[in-house]
Design a protein around this ligand. Structure first.
Ligand code: KG4
Length: 338
């Protein structure tokens, strides 16, 4: 009999549903939310309302594309946290209702585990996956973590940001430049035509494997402020160079600690995940560093970098094998580390 898992993700501002059958991805459908653009950030209450509208059509579409009917499902997987509580409530309530109606198990997934395990999503039997143990660099709008992944359920955070996340550094600096939210992709595009050596921004001196990005943000702000004093068109005239220099500094900070972590753990494989792993410069720099150091680099398809339900269904596939099901009384949670 086939093992068919429906995954549901609603932790932030993307409503996503995916179907994995016997370890192979059959569908992955995501509805984004444009409503937040006008506010320069995700508005939690608006996100919950949009999830409520999107969840049924998104799940129906994922099942339709997969060619699977509800009665064929073996389990329902859902992100239980961390994330925005109102958004998580929509996904978890929907998933619980469906699991009860179909009388099948519910599997809860930690969103961060999902990002790490996105590297195991396969469209084909021949697709390769990482070998344990490996080092994951989780870089998103809310997290920057170095994680030693020993198995699908054993993940140890060995470094994390002590202030802003890498994605926040992209987004906040982009906002200072007047770019739309989220700014990461805009910086990425501008950086392609700018000179990364034009501006120098502060790099943190934090001991160990922890990250910090708030000093960089301040240094970026001062550069803009000083530039505008002499030239009101400073941002417009220098936007590509500012973006390229900012992106290079973020990459240098990320790789610096990654190198240390590789030496400390002795791993042979490195995987990047989370929204910022969509960045062209980050992808190239990680690949380049790994190639030069004899490490295997796992760079996710762009579809799996931002929030998606394929990673949720994948994480649940591992739990399903262990019959690690979720009690229906467990509530969603807003905060937790890996
Ligand atoms: O993982 P994700 O979708 O969810 C959150 O943690 O919210 O990550 C979103 C983050 C945002 O900060 C966004 O600017 C960043 O990922 N991002 C990028 C790129 N695409 C998304 N940052 C830099 N370059 C990109 N191409």
């Amino acid at each position: 009999m086939k093992e068919i898992i429906l995954g549901i993700e609603s932790s932030c501002d993307d409503t996503s549903a995916a179907v994995i059958a016997d370890g192979i991805l059959l569908s992955n459908v995501t509805a984004g939310q444009k409503v937040h653009e006008a506010y320069g950030g995700v508005v939690p209450e608006l996100a919950s309302r949009a999830h409520q509208q999107n969840i049924l059509p998104t799940v129906s579409e994922a099942l339709r594309i997969a060619g699977v009917s509800k009665s064929e499902l073996s389990a329902i997987a859902v992100t239980r946290g961390p994330g925005l509580l109102g958004s998580l409530l929509v996904g978890t309530s929907f998933a619980k209702g469906l699991a009860i109606a179909l009388d099948i198990p519910l599997i809860d997934v930690n969103h961060l585990h999902g990002h790490v395990l996105s590297h195991f999503v396969r469209r084909d039997e021949n697709d390769a996956v990482p070998s344990f143990p490996f080092l994951a660099l989780l870089i998103s709008g809310g997290n920057s973590q170095l994680i030693l992944v020993e198995s699908p359920s054993e993940m140890k955070i060995i470094g994390k940001t002590i202030d802003d996340a890498a994605g926040e550094a992209f987004d906040k600096c982009a906002k200072i430049m007047g770019l739309p939210y989220p700014g990461g992709p805009h910086i990425d595009a501008l950086a392609k035509i700018g000179n990364p050596l034009s501006f120098k921004f502060a790099k943190p001196h934090i001991p160990g494997l922890d990250y910090s990005f708030s000093g960089l943000k301040t240094s970026f702000l001062y550069t803009i402020r000083d530039g505008l004093k002499n030239n009101p068109d400073f941002i417009e005239e220098n936007k590509a160079d500012l973006a390229a220099s900012l992106q290079k500094t973020i990459i240098d900070i990320l790789i610096d600690k990654l190198k240390k972590a590789v030496i400390e753990t002795g791993v042979k494989e490195v995987a990047i995940c989370g929204g910022v792993s969509a960045n062209s410069g980050v992808r190239e720099a990680i690949k380049d560093y790994c190639d030069k150091s004899g490490l295997k680099a796992w760079i996710p398809a762009r579809e799996f970098t931002t929030d998606n339900a394929a990673m949720v269904a994948m994480a649940a596939t591992f739990k399903y094998k262990d019959k690690d099901f979720c009690d229906l009384s467990l509530p969603p949670f807003a905060r937790v580390e890996v």
